[in-house]
Write a protein that binds this ligand. Structure first.
Ligand SMILES: C[S@@+](CC[C@H](N)C(=O)[O-])C[C@H]1O[C@@H](n2cnc3c(N)ncnc32)[C@H](O)[C@@H]1O
Length: 205
């Protein structure tokens, strides 16, 4: 391995370890928890939030943050993998992309949500372009779905990769929402292409 590739890998590993240790000592199930805290710091997504959907919730770091920061808020978390119980969090085990899953989610909601957050990423295949396409397809599906499940002034946060199909997702979001922004939390620094889209206010015309 070349020397500067080795030192870059060392920096990435140090960065990962730092957030891993911090998550452990804070009692969070994943270091992703810090990404959600940063996203809230940036966009104030928790303000007046009374109902939230957490897509791709396993192992539960984001759900823990939601529970801790949102009082009297209905939290519905969803993942293909079974997430261990978090008091006050409703969990649905299903594949978001599978036929019938979106209807199941809609059934679980009494009212439309204020916030939809998605940290879903497709399983890695070893082919970075393909992984990027599949995760960005998931992100596009989340944006399409959000129109049916969030309030008109609701907010969406979703993971995507800054690579193939990024512009298609951005255009889709701009067609559906009045405000669209991107933000890469400091705690996600090691995944060079990972970023988050923030969409607010559904376009009605
Ligand atoms: C990066 S992890 C989420 C970490 C989580 N936000 C946390 O803080 O602990 C991504 C999750 O997305 C889930 N996922 C990926 N594709 C999915 C799909 N089609 N339906 C449901 N969950 C999915 C994976 O099972 C995985 O648990």
């Amino acid at each position: 391995m070349k020397k500067n590739k080795r030192s870059k890998n060392w920096v990435i590993q140090q960065h990962r370890d730092q957030y891993f240790k911090l998550a452990k000592s804070s009692g969070y199930r994943s270091r992703s928890a810090f990404k959600l805290l940063e996203l809230n710091e940036k966009f104030k997504i928790f303000k007046n939030c009374k109902s939230v959907i957490d897509l791709g919730s396993y192992p539960g770091g984001w759900s823990q943050i939601l529970k801790k920061n949102l009082k009297n808020c209905k939290i519905l978390s969803i993942d293909i993998k079974k997430m261990s119980k978090i008091e006050g969090v409703d969990f649905l085990c299903c594949d978001f992309q599978r036929e019938g899953s979106k209807e199941k989610i809609l059934k679980k909601l009494n009212n439309k949500a204020d916030l939809l957050i998605s940290d879903m990423a497709a399983d890695t295949t070893g082919n970075k372009d393909l992984d990027c396409i599949r995760t960005n397809a998931l992100c596009a599906e989340v944006i399409e779905f959000s129109i049916n499940v969030i309030k008109e002034n609701g907010v969406v946060i979703a993971k995507l990769f800054n690579g193939t199909d990024f512009l298609n997702v951005k255009n889709l979001a701009n067609n559906k929402f009045r405000k669209v922004n991107f933000f890469k939390p400091e705690s996600s620094r090691d995944h060079s292409k990972e970023t988050y889209i923030h969409c607010a206010g559904i376009r009605t015309l």
